[in-house]
Design a protein around this ligand. Structure first.
Ligand code: G4P
Ligand code: NA
Ligand code: NA
Length: 189
């Protein structure tokens, strides 16, 4: 997606060890016009897939997910992240380890908002090692729902997540794939 690549080139900052900082439009401040275009891309890709629900994770997945949900006319559910959960009666839960942040968190979704009748599009801001996506898939499996595909705003192609998910047979659509951040230069594939 050209507008997204341009934005990444113009405003993205490469910080230590392969991390791309995009706080000016995605992870802190949000660019609604760009999010709208991102939503349009996801909606175009999935408009014929019978999607009934979008699932993302708080917090940075919510903006692109809501824009896609607006156009696909389906509800958007965000998995909540917490350090620990005690009352799990009405929740699907799974543990997710973040290599970037070196923390394990529990992802939860209420059983009220994900059911076996759902056809789910997963959306997230970044795909790195794929741990978050795997967590979301696990929640969808617990619900007995169908996974239609995984829509990612920025995939880091030099990490393994995208390949692992595609090898497992999941449809993964990344709007920008960063192939390298070496020498603080942003390359796309
Ligand atoms: P993984 O899910 O693909 O395995 O990735 P990882 O655990 O490494 O990512 C943990 C968090 O770091 C996620 O955000 C993810 O979006 C973010 N992340 C990973 N690589 C990058 C990167 O290069 N740049 C930026 N800006 N973020 C990256 P999160 O903890 O869910 O936080 P939030 O942003 O959704 O609040
Ligand atoms: Na993030
Ligand atoms: Na995220």
């Amino acid at each position: 997606m050209k507008a997204l690549q341009d934005k990444i080139v113009n405003e993205g900052k490469v910080i230590s060890e392969g991390v791309l900082k995009v706080d000016s439009f995605l992870n802190h401040q949000i660019d609604p016009q760009l999010m709208k275009k991102i939503g349009q891309e996801f909606a175009e890709l999935y408009k014929n897939e019978g999607i009934t629900k979008i699932l993302t994770i708080e917090s940075s997945g919510i903006a692109p997910a809501v824009m896609a949900g607006l156009l696909l006319e389906v509800p958007v559910v965000f998995a909540r992240k917490s350090k620990s959960v005690t009352l799990i009666d009405n929740l699907y839960t799974t543990e997710v380890y973040s290599f970037t942040k070196k923390v394990t968190s529990t992802l939860t979704v209420s059983k009220d908002y994900l059911t076996e009748d759902d056809v789910v599009l997963v959306i997230d801001d970044f795909l790195a090692n794929g741990e978050a996506a795997k967590g979301l898939i696990h929640l969808i499996e617990q619900a007995g729902a169908t996974i239609s595909g995984i829509g990612i705003v920025i995939e880091k192609g030099f990490q393994q997540g995208g390949q692992v998910l595609r090898d497992k047979g999941y449809r993964v659509d990344s709007l920008a794939i960063v192939s390298s951040l070496e020498n603080k230069e942003i390359q796309f594939s």
